[in-house]
Design a protein around this ligand. Sequence first.
Ligand code: OSB
Ligand code: MG
Length: 370
Amino acid sequence: MKLEAVELIRLNVPLKSAFRTSFSSVNVHQVVWAHVITDVGEGWAECGANERPDYSSEYHSAAMDVLREFFIPDLMALGNDLQAEKVAPTLFWAKGHRMAKAVIETALLDAQLRHANTSFATYLGATKTKVPAGVSVGIMDSLEELHSYVTNYLADGYLRIKLKIEPGWDYEPVKMVRKEFGDDLLLQVDANTAYTRDDFDVLRRLDEFNLLLIEQPMFEEDILGHAKLADYIETPVCLDESIVSAEIARDAIELGAAEIINIKPSRVGGYIESKKIHDVSVSQKIPVWCGGMLETGIGRAANLALAALPGFTLPGDTSASARYFEVDTTEPFVLQDGHLTVPTGPGIGIDPIMEIVDRFAVSREWITRS
Ligand code: OSB
Ligand code: MG
């Protein structure tokens, strides 16, 4: 395969309601896409980076810059020798920038698999045709508001509820949801690094609610702190932000810091690395599940293929299009009996709807061979 050109597109996709975490509140899913043109066809991918470096150090302008200045020229320089599997080794010299690496690798993998008439699910080794869906519920202004959102998501059929927490919005909302919706509800929490080693007793109070897991309570670099916390509390500790590679996953597991892992392909540099993290976790009997970055259909399609691998034994944040958007960028993903169907078409198995891309695009830039 030969990379002829890349279109970088920034889109502003309105959310149905604000999504608040311990690090931001967003009304619009601002996102960057890569659209690759190769000699064997086109491919599409959505970048996980946010507009601001708030979830991780990556952000839109930086991702676009590193792609334009370094990654795309390096991949173009491979000439006819390019394959999606060569993206990570070719860009290995560049430190970090995993979300930028992931978006170009994924778009090229889409082009390559469309040409080979193979789906992401088949390529990655998926064993399921549909995957159970959870939903991530943002921080609210009141317990009443939270009650009404959870009621509606459960009526939609979501099989697991994840509550975003932060200091001051933790014990009471979890207590309310457990009491109101019952002991059988699959319930977990996500702190997005909002706590410190001084908060162990606050976090231990959550043990009474029999949570599936607590996700990323502390700073992403504090692997040892998470191991200490995992010893201190009953609730299993799950890492998100900390796990940026299969090597870190291996080490965090060995240290006892990751009893469960949230795999987000964008955070770890793509689907090939995600599969490695899956394999390491399975070999160590660590459950994994597929996280999300509020992806539109282009990103969601590939995530569903990953979530269909056998080690993904917990429901993911792979919710239906209607949980996020009035209008998605693809045909909407629909919840059926609490599950989403894994796409089976070639590549990611779905196409962007170009009129909608035109409507939501705020900038488009072509990078061509020089
Ligand atoms: O930490 O999992 C997270 C959204 C944006 C950034 C970080 C996270 C999230 C979510 C929502 O929790 C996941 C989703 O529904 O896509
Ligand atoms: Mg998270």
